[in-house]
Ligand binder design. Structure first.
Ligand code: SF4
Ligand code: SF4
Length: 477
């Protein structure tokens, strides 16, 4: 029996030589293209169902509108974001920042508990790559073996025809994805305008579609698994996010070792792994999961299906490769909600509570009131003083507001230049100029903090603050 088949996984850990090589780079430093065997089985079916659900959400969401507003939109050029039909502006940046922070903590918590499952099941890169573009390969080029043979074959008419067809389909799919992606940024209406009106009227939009299409095409045609194994920062973080308690796609080395090729009279000392390489051949990142958890593993479960099939064929129990933790495989310790997970959960709970509080207290009308620069105060007759201000109002709702301004914490009056009410259209900003006029006797000091109430139909909708400059009192001199 080959000496290597007797290597215990513990000594394997000490001989981590497989970590010295990248599965997609040859010894002479060239790209090793991966041609994974077409996966199939229970886990693949689950994944296909998740992918269909994802496609439905991804392609339909841009068309969903609530009260004329998109359900989701990330308008970076205008600094406007719409989540669940609620608009968020740069002024709400702290809510958005907290949302991002909560998402990062959630991913860290989830990863610590369940490994890189997000990558294999939810990440758009994997879903499009494995469930769409890879299917095109099987359809146009044939099985993994045929793909490998074709790649090595000279460029004859058959190869040119097949590759051309493959890349044309890739380009069409990339174009559709690029347009959908862009509609999350500028909205479907604007996208429709760009697509139906003359190119030169919307050159920027047209170029954006072209650039996105080329980027997606390049990612799926050439970068492929390199995005997950070398580029994505989340993948690189696995070594710090995972621990022995994490439930990941894992090979049960206690059951599988020592490996031995399948034969009729199997020795009792042989492990269950028949060294058939089905798990390696099906892996889209080209790794051997039997070497242990590796950051290249995207938890796609293709190897579980492949191994289960072999186990069934050879009359062995399924689950030699399964979702499990290193602790459970090595010592039979079940998953525990340990201190690290409790810590992540506590931080996440605090963040979610803060976000909810901010959302509840968020006002539809927001504004800033600044004293006009370079001006002190103006004498109004013999008994009053006024300050001149520039007001900027933002209407975050889709409704039109007609606002009245009233003193909130002082005696005096607010004089809006031009009109007593300020109109702000839905999702618009407006500017106004105003005076705050106060009786000299009510002025307490050189510089006072004042608040103004914003009223809509008699109801206060927000309060904005600024400072008021008065003359220097005798006692201050
Ligand atoms: S090792 Fe298994 S789960 Fe991990 S990427 Fe490869 S096939 Fe998918
Ligand atoms: S598919 Fe299962 S039996 Fe075959 S090599 Fe992989 S772990 Fe061993």
């Amino acid at each position: 029996m080959n000496e290597n088949t007797h290597i215990d996984i513990r000594s394997l850990a000490e001989h981590d030589s497989f970590r010295d090589n990248l599965s997609t780079v040859s010894r002479d430093g060239k790209r090793k293209w991966i041609y994974p065997v077409k996966p199939g089985g229970k886990w693949f079916n689950y994944r296909a169902a998740v992918a269909i659900f994802f496609y439905a959400i991804f392609f339909i969401t841009p068309f969903i509108k609530v009260h004329g507003r998109p359900f989701l939109q990330f308008n970076f050029p205008e600094g406007k974001f719409i989540l669940f039909s609620y608009a968020f502006w740069p002024k709400d940046f702290f809510i958005f920042g907290l949302l991002m922070l909560a998402a990062i903590v959630f991913i860290a918590l989830f990863t610590n508990a369940f490994g890189r499952i997000f990558c294999g099941w939810i990440c758009p890169q994997t879903i499009f790559m494995e469930m769409l573009f890879r299917r095109v390969d099987y359809l146009v080029l044939g099985s993994a073996q045929k793909q490998r043979i074709l790649a090595k074959a000279p460029w004859d008419s058959q190869k040119i025809r097949k590759y051309s067809l493959r890349y044309i389909i890739y380009f069409i799919l990339s174009f559709i994805i690029a347009n959908t992606f862009l509609s999350y940024i500028i909205g479907v209406d604007q996208l429709f305008i760009i697509m139906t009106e003359p190119v030169f009227d919307h050159l920027g939009g047209f170029l954006a579609i072209l650039v996105f299409t080329i980027v997606f095409f390049s990612v799926y045609a050439f970068l492929r698994e390199q995005v997950c194994t070398n580029i994505c920062p989340y993948g690189r973080l696995q070594s710090v996010l995972l621990d022995k308690n994490s439930v990941v796609v894992a090979y049960d080395y206690k059951r599988g070792e020592p490996r031995a090729k399948f034969r009729k009279n199997q020795s009792e000392s042989d492990g269950d792994c028949i060294d058939c390489f089905a798990c390696v051949n099906v892996c889209p990142t080209g790794i051997d999961i039997r070497n242990g958890t590796q950051l290249e593993c995207v938890n796609c479960t293709a190897c579980i299906d492949a191994c289960n099939f072999m186990m069934e064929k050879t009359g062995r129990p399924k689950g030699l490769i399964r979702f499990d933790s290193e602790n459970n495989i090595a010592e039979g310790k079940k998953f525990r909600f340990n201190a690290k997970l409790k810590g992540y959960t506590a931080v996440l709970t605090i963040l979610i509570a803060a976000i909810v509080a901010l959302l509840i207290t968020r006002k539809n009308i927001d504004g800033t009131l600044m004293r006009t620069s370079g001006m002190l105060y103006q004498e109004r007759g013999t008994d009053s003083i006024s300050n001149l201000y520039n007001l900027k109002l933002l209407n975050k709702s889709i409704n039109r507001y007609e606002l009245e301004l009233k003193p909130d914490n002082f005696e005096g009056r607010v004089e809006v230049v031009g009109n007593s009410h300020i109109k702000v259209e839905g999702e618009q900003e407006t500017n106004a100029t105003l005076f705050i006029v106060r009786d000299k006797k009510s002025i307490q000091g050189r510089k006072e903090k004042l608040k103004i109430g914003l009223y809509f139909k008699g109801e206060k909708v927000n309060t904005i603050g600024s400072t008021f400059l008065g003359p220097v009192h005798d006692e201050e001199e």
